[in-house]
Design a protein around this ligand. Structure first.
Ligand code: FES
Length: 323
């Protein structure tokens, strides 16, 4: 016999046809099986309580990627998330549409921007020529490696919780960059260098990730987009693409901490901009003034860390391991 539990769910509604007050929180109460997923509950609401509630779903088995939503502020596939777990953990259940997507109605968002970014990274193989006969042959290891990214079901969950996209709409974003990695790594592709060159140079490319780890945390398929982005940074450096603010930023960070045991933020800002890049350096002046007014201007000559020898030893150890 089904074990019923009573739940309260708050859903963020949006009706584009209303000229005012077109967005509001709506509370629903319902009895549902104790093992139900959040998607089961939303479907029940739509079928039995409020036929006007708009949501998107298909497979109900974490395969199609269409049921991404924010649950208590964090993006998830709602068909993969049990009601009971969230209520026991958070004590409440607030459902909103994915962030960093424009909302069409209620919990349904547009994927236009998502797919325009996927298109931007040339999401298909570009081999030198057709194989002489049959098909291209690739090793098992190389294909297994690609699975890391090919497991992506394009649900938009990582894009929703990306902290860079929240402030910079030009960022290509975790999903499209993980997809780009898949073609950079594919041994059958002939444009690895051009691909990396583009992702390295373009505004919103691989150097704009802030390594906040949110995409790794929320991805329901363990694609770990941030790790894929970091691998492409390493590939860019290996291929000799070093004349970028991103590369100079990491290099200065690395050397500064190694030498002083702490970061020289002034040098970091100037080196990242590039000493000969006058317009960029001029851009830094108002930022410097703002920092000064707020008492946040870093000291011109950085303090040295007390235990800088210990920090240097960490570098020696890691560099030795890398050899
Ligand atoms: Fe297909 Fe959730 S309904 S992934």
């Amino acid at each position: 016999e089904a074990i019923l539990m009573q739940v309260s769910i708050r859903v963020k509604r949006y009706d584009p046809e209303l000229t005012e007050n077109n967005s509001w929180w709506q509370d629903y109460k319902l009895g549902i099986h104790a093992n139900a997923t959040i998607l089961d509950a939303l479907i029940k609401i739509r079928e039995e309580v409020d036929g006007g509630l708009a949501l998107r779903c298909a497979c109900r088995a974490s395969i199609c990627g269409s049921c991404g939503m924010r649950v208590n502020g964090r993006a998830r596939l709602v068909c993969k998330t049990r009601l009971k777990e969230i209520i026991q953990k958070d004590g409440e259940l607030n459902i909103e549409p994915l962030a960093n997507h424009s909302v069409i109605r209620d919990l349904v968002v547009s994927f236009d921007s998502f797919f325009s970014k996927i298109k931007e990274i040339t999401p298909y193989l570009t081999p030198k020529s057709e194989p002489d006969k049959g098909e291209f042959v690739a090793s098992n290891e190389s294909m297994e490696n690609l699975l890391k990214s090919m497991n992506c079901i394009m649900c938009g969950v990582c894009v929703s919780d990306c902290t860079v996209l929240e402030v910079d709409k030009k960022f290509i974003g975790p999903a499209a960059l993980a997809k780009a990695w898949r073609f950079v790594e594919d041994p059958r592709d002939d444009k690895k260098s051009q691909r990396i060159n583009y992702l390295n140079d373009t505004e919103g490319g691989i150097w704009d990730c802030t390594r906040c780890l949110q995409c790794v945390e929320v991805c329901p398929k363990d694609v770990a987009p941030m790790d894929r982005i970091m691998e492409m940074r390493e590939t860019a450096i290996r291929l000799g693409y070093k004349n970028t603010p991103g590369y100079r930023h990491s290099e200065t960070f690395y050397r500064s901490v190694k030498k002083h045991g702490r970061l020289n933020e002034t040098l970091l800002a100037i080196n990242s901009a590039g000493w000969t890049n006058i317009p960029r350096l001029i851009d830094l002046i108002p930022i410097g003034f703002k920092a000064l007014i707020k008492g946040k201007l870093p000291p011109i000559i950085p303090h040295k860390a007390e235990k800088k020898e210990a920090i240097k030893n960490i570098y020696v150890k890691v560099e030795k391991e890398d050899e």
